[in-house]
Design a protein around this ligand. Structure first.
Ligand code: MF3
Ligand code: CO
Ligand code: CO
Length: 258
């Protein structure tokens, strides 16, 4: 079931999104060679609780941490570890969710650790571009296939591939609500978007093939061919009056540009 949110509910999600942005910006600044992913997890949890929010990935279906920290060929759900020391040249995806006053926010980014190869940087940049091309399709009357198609077409045009085994999703009181927001699709097909839908749009883009396998820990998904993967996610609200609001990017306006 898809739940539409009214203005006051979206205002609460905006507050949650603002805190998540602050948390993730701090985590991003802490990323450097020699840091462990467990240290980043501790930092994120401390900042979330300081803002009187609740880390909602922690204990979600048994997930043990506040953030997902996925390195290089790890696509999503990398479990932070004090044995995972970030190395110069790695790429790291950080995905975090929190809840404030009963409302969820969800956002992810990928960042290079120290100097990275131009090809790795291109993957990160294209993934972010895929997000923006997808989110620009989140217009009242458009369909989810328009969103997915925009994402996958840009990935392919750059020689990359879009993950199919995980998707974006509706979000609100629950972290994962209907509908699934696929990172591929056919223009003009799929669910019609309506004002008040709140969606996590989250392209996961692979350097090579998108097929994944899950580690023995039951969580960490990585590319079968060990190509790199990048992830970029925001929580967005579909609006009556034009482009969507990016709830996890406070202050962003379309007029000012991306
Ligand atoms: N943040 C993830 C998403 O984008 C979900 C986290 S799964 C968890 O949907 F197990 F880590 F909570
Ligand atoms: Co997420
Ligand atoms: Co999500």
């Amino acid at each position: 079931m898809i739940s539409l949110k009214n203005a006051s509910q979206i205002a609460k999600m905006r507050e949650a999104g603002k805190i998540l942005r602050e948390v993730e910006d701090e985590v991003r600044l802490a990323v450097k060679p020699g840091v462990t992913t467990a240290e980043l997890d501790v930092l994120a949890e401390r900042l979330i609780r300081k803002h009187h929010a609740i880390p909602t990935s922690l204990h979600y279906e048994g997930y043990p941490c506040t953030i997902c920290a996925s390195v290089n060929d790890e696509v999503v759900h990398g479990i932070p570890s004090d044995r995972r020391v970030l190395q110069e040249g790695d790429i790291l995806s950080v995905d975090c969710t929190l809840m404030l006053d009963g409302w969820q926010a969800d956002s992810a980014f990928t960042v290079g650790v120290g100097e990275i190869t131009p090809e790795a940087q291109k993957l990160i940049d294209v993934t972010e571009e895929c997000f923006w091309l997808g989110v620009k399709q989140c217009l009242v009357g458009n369909r989810l296939g328009d969103v997915g198609h925009a994402i996958e077409a840009h990935a392919r045009a750059n020689g990359f591939s879009a993950v199919r085994e995980f998707t974006g999703h509706g979000i609100g009181r629950e972290m994962h609500e209907d509908p699934a927001v696929y990172n591929y699709g056919d223009p003009g097909r799929g669910l019609r978007l309506r004002a008040g839908m709140t969606l996590a749009v989250e392209p996961m883009i692979c350097q090579k093939d998108w097929h994944l396998s899950v580690d023995e820990d039951g969580w960490c998904a990585r590319t079968v061919d060990h190509g790199l993967c990048a992830h970029y996610e925001h929580t967005v609200a579909v609006r009556e009056d034009g482009y969507p609001e990016i709830l996890t990017l406070p202050g962003f306006t379309w007029e000012a540009g991306v």
